[in-house]
Design a protein around this ligand. Structure first.
Ligand code: HPA
Length: 269
């Protein structure tokens, strides 16, 4: 695994037009921000040695190097999910590569089902913490020498970045919620009983991504910031059928606002 990471990092280093310290993962239907990347240099995942290939509709699957405002960034348009059949080591392979390339801060976005009764479809939720409800942990197995065997997770999401996001949101009159994101293995959405259970566990939103990437990013010492777009509700009385198309449509509608917040966060880094 380590050899593959180094090989991929070396391959990318020879092609990278810049030396970003910031990376963004754009989740399902959240590619809007990618359109704003200046001088974009795109590399489809299938061209990158050792990279898994995204199989989900709505995830186009490419790395983009360029600038957002004045800041050099690299973006993943499309990510890998456990439900696609990848191991969590494969899901988080790009994060290990980012670390080799010098990334210090990771921004993540996703679509999620809201379980907090104060939430509505279309809300933005700043992720304050997470619950790993996947059946595995990406750090299981031989420890990578660059991080601790037993990783502290008391500040998985940088408090300083959360404070900064709240300040920007308030200045720009963007209304944001805050909450705990729980990741399941998917690919099923939740039954009403599962939504109820996850709510009692202390989660505000549920989705199928982000947690493995953030665990590995923290293991590499990166600062993390995450936003969920609430695309459906797992709240008693408000639960209705969910489809991937509806999730994407709901995400599509609010993504300009999320993009605005993310862009400003990155520019003020
Ligand atoms: N559950 C799990 N994943 C999701 C949901 C949900 O309700 N909405 C978007 N992704």
């Amino acid at each position: 695994m380590y050899t593959s990471i180094i090989e991929t990092a070396n391959w990318l280093r020879n092609k990278m037009p810049n030396q970003p310290q910031t990376a963004i993962i754009l989740g399902s239907g959240l590619g809007k921000l990618a359109e704003e990347i200046k001088n974009p240099y795109r590399i489809p995942y299938q061209e990158i040695p050792n990279f898994p290939i995204s199989t989900v509709e709505g995830h186009s699957g490419q790395l983009i190097f360029g600038q957002l405002g004045e800041t050099d960034i690299m973006a993943m348009e499309g990510r890998f999910h456990y439900y696609e059949g990848y191991s969590l080591k494969e899901v988080t392979f790009p994060i290990r590569v980012m670390n080799e390339l010098g990334i210090k801060t990771l921004f993540v976005s996703n679509a999620a089902g809201g379980m907090n009764p104060d939430f509505e479809i279309g809300d933005l939720m700043i992720i304050t913490d997470h619950i790993n409800a996947l059946p595995d942990n990406p750090l299981r197995g031989q420890n990578f020498p660059n991080g601790p065997r037993f990783l502290d997770m008391h500040e998985a999401y940088s408090h300083a970045l959360i404070e900064k996001a709240l300040k920007i949101a308030s200045e720009k009159h963007i209304s944001v919620k805050q909450g705990v994101y729980l990741a399941t293995q998917g690919p099923t959405y939740e039954t009403p009983a599962e939504y109820r259970m996850f709510r009692t566990w202390g989660a505000d939103a549920v989705g199928m991504s982000t947690v493995p990437e953030v665990i590995v990013a923290r293991h590499c010492g990166m600062q993390c910031f995450g936003i969920s777009i609430i695309t459906d509700l797992g709240i008693a009385g408000k639960i209705c059928a969910v489809s991937h198309e509806e999730v994407q449509r709901a995400a599509e509608a609010v993504q300009p606002i999320m993009a605005d917040l993310m862009r400003e966060m990155i520019n003020r880094a």
